[in-house]
Design a protein around this ligand. Sequence first.
Ligand code: AMP
Length: 296
Amino acid sequence: MEKTKAGGNGTDSSFVTADSPLRIAIPNKGRLMEPSLALLSRAGVSVPQKNGSLFVSSDDGRYEILFARAEDVPRYVESGAADCGITGLDMVEETGAGVQTLCELDFGMCRVSVAGKKGMGVGGLEGKAVATRLPNITRKFFGRRKISVKIVEVAGATELAPYLGIADAIVDQVSTGATLAQNGLVEIEKVLQSRAVLVASAASAEKCEALRLSVQGAIAADGKAYMMLNVSEGDLKQVASLLGGMEAPTMMPLAEKGMFALHSVVARRGMESLIARLKEAGARDILVLGIERIIP
Ligand code: AMP
């Protein structure tokens, strides 16, 4: 990376990189933190142990990771404090921040739902109290339904609010539904579907394009492997028909006359039975390799 002299004292510390690192804000705790770090690592962004710090540089210095609350990520990105960020779509909705989704990620799936006692309907909440950590989403939802509710803002453990008598219903994230069930609540209606997303501002989207491609490529490669095998001309057609591939398997003649190599992307799920069928059809010398990224 090209270095430019920033200060005038001539010491090493006075040099900064000409290409400033891409600053990525990610959740500092909760369900989204570990999967965010794992996805970034698969996308080639290797982040050292954070050791309690809120800010770390990637091992190669090309990225800076800002650990922030998931609900603060959209604002940090909107304001330019970070170039892009990973957070939940629900957090983007809740903050109403001016950010755009660069790509949807493969974790953090949940729904934001209205929940309450069994038999309760959304219409029956007119004039009632609804506890939530997501007041803006809640306000909009009931506003659209023209149902007037009193919103009780809580910082967490929303499911306790009906039990404590401070609300008649709640609006909260639901993943498996186990927490609702434990607290004697049922989902009444889904407000929105959420998942983790990579977001950027309009101003920073272009700067984040290479990262977006890597992240999308890493997600696309998940659960897939690259298979190479050899087959004789006589068995070629049948073996090739077993291999789907992204388009069709790649076919190459081998130096040995009448022999071919087939290469293909295959799903890891069901690989054992595929290998058995390939062998039966005449495939041999089967190699299975991991794929880091698939970029269409
Ligand atoms: P569950 O019991 O799996 O339905 O999870 C419900 C609890 O986890 C609630 O306290 C939710 O606020 C929280 N939760 C579920 N999904 C998410 C998510 N994607 N992001 C943040 N919190 C979540």
